[in-house]
Design a binder for this molecule. Structure first.
Ligand SMILES: *Cc1c(COP(=O)(O)O)cnc(C)c1O
Length: 372
């Protein structure tokens, strides 16, 4: 039976109903499991497997459109599990130069292990020109924080023809916004700290793949490096998935409404949101995404203007994350490291009422303008 995304999310990874059993079993806290007279089985030692992870991994695998999934302690644990388990000395890795800052920091690590790293921008499918002799192509689309988009199917086809594997950081979209494995990628990787779990109360990451050998590599990496999630985090994450479609739909609607309101304002430049019909990324995004995500980015006249704007917001917290049920925003230049202007704001739309959120943002803009 074909089911919709809401039905999929609310039921993902839930065990068959059993008399007197809870609908979602609670977190299993165990460092080891009883193994009388044997040295094997599904659960032996707490770093290898845990029943709470198993249910969450089934759930995320279903959301990914059917995939073997491994959950990790954080998004970066998942990102490094793919990059460091797949790349060996002498291999060529192709990465976006505008991807998540901590992913970019792995370049030096890879090079110190004797790999060669080539970088190009996400926009314009620049990776296509860098594929010669590559072992692994890393994509992040939409990119963070600039919201450029690349064509996953097109790059995956070319990368496979060149003998390379393809991994996509799908953090921003989540599997209900975009399914990298259906678009030809070998790995779908994400920080589930962000929109997938959405409540801002845990860190988590996952790697999904349909290739049994690659899945085994990733699992072995987790076991040997020990980047395992706590059972409480895994359980909270699973609990959060039931509302994923509701959250994503409201967040995407809020992001689009905000983008439409902001484009009318003279002090706003460089407005980006892949759901805006005239955004440079929209055509490609519309081909491969089913929801355009919660992030809107734009540039205010200068640093002081942006800081006044952020300070005047009442419904929006200043924080450096995105994807949560509470709207948040930050002036990205506070951190350094991204190629963005001083007035650049990354805005993450939450699930507040659309009218309230738009009113708050327009009022804060007005305050920032008047106090100039
Ligand atoms: C946040 C983020 C990560 C890292 O995730 P953590 O859970 O913070 O380790 C990786 N990629 C992208 C695109 C992110 O936004």
């Amino acid at each position: 039976m074909e089911i919709g995304d809401g039905t999929l999310a609310v039921g993902a990874g839930r065990p068959e109903a059993e008399r007197y059993a809870p609908p979602l079993p609670g977190p299993v806290f165990a460092a080891y499991y009883h193994l009388p007279g044997e040295a094997a089985g599904p659960y032996t030692y707490g770093r290898d497997a845990n029943p709470t992870w198993t249910l969450l991994e089934q759930a995320i695998g279903e959301l990914e459109g059917g995939a073997e999934t491994t959950v990790f302690a954080s998004g970066m644990a998942a990102v490094s599990a793919v990059l460091l388990s797949q790349v060996k000395a002498g291999d060529v890795v192709v990465m976006p130069d505008d991807c998540y800052m901590a992913t970019r920091m792995l370049r030096e690590r890879l090079e110190s292990y004797g790999a060669r790293v080539r970088m190009g921008p996400t926009a314009g499918d620049a990776q296509l020109g860098l594929l010669d002799g590559a072992r692994l192509v890393w994509l992040e689309t939409p990119s963070n924080p600039n919201l450029d988009v690349c064509d996953i199917r097109r790059i995956a086809d070319a990368a496979h023809a060149a003998g390379a594997l393809v991994a996509v950081d799908n953090t921003l979209a989540t599997p209900l916004g975009q399914r990298p494995l259906d678009l030809g990628a070998d790995f779908s990787v994400a920080s589930d700290t962000k929109a997938l779990t959405g409540h801002g109360d845990l860190l988590l990451g996952h790697v999904a793949t349909r290739d049994a050998e690659l899945a085994e590599d990733v699992r072995l990496w987790r076991k040997t490096v020990g980047a395992i999630p706590g059972p409480m985090e895994a359980w909270l994450a699973h609990r959060s998935l039931a509302t994923l479609q509701l959250r994503l739909d409201r967040q995407a609607a809020n992001a689009l409404a905000l983008a439409r309101a902001l484009r009318e304002r003279p002090e706003v430049a460089g407005l980006r949101h892949p759901g805006l019909p005239d955004d440079p990324a929209h055509a490609t995004a519309a081909r491969q995404m089913t929801r355009f995500g919660c992030v809107v980015s734009f540039t205010l006249p200068d640093e002081a203007f942006a800081e006044r704007f952020l300070g005047a917001l009442r419904l929006v917290t200043q924080a450096t994350s995105f994807g949560g049920v509470h709207s948040s925003a930050e002036r990205r230049g506070r951190w350094g490291g991204d190629a963005v202007p001083p007035g650049f704001v990354r805005f993450s739309a939450g699930i507040e009422d659309t009218g309230d959120l738009v009113t708050d943002v327009l009022r804060a803009l007005e305050t920032a303008r008047k106090t100039r």
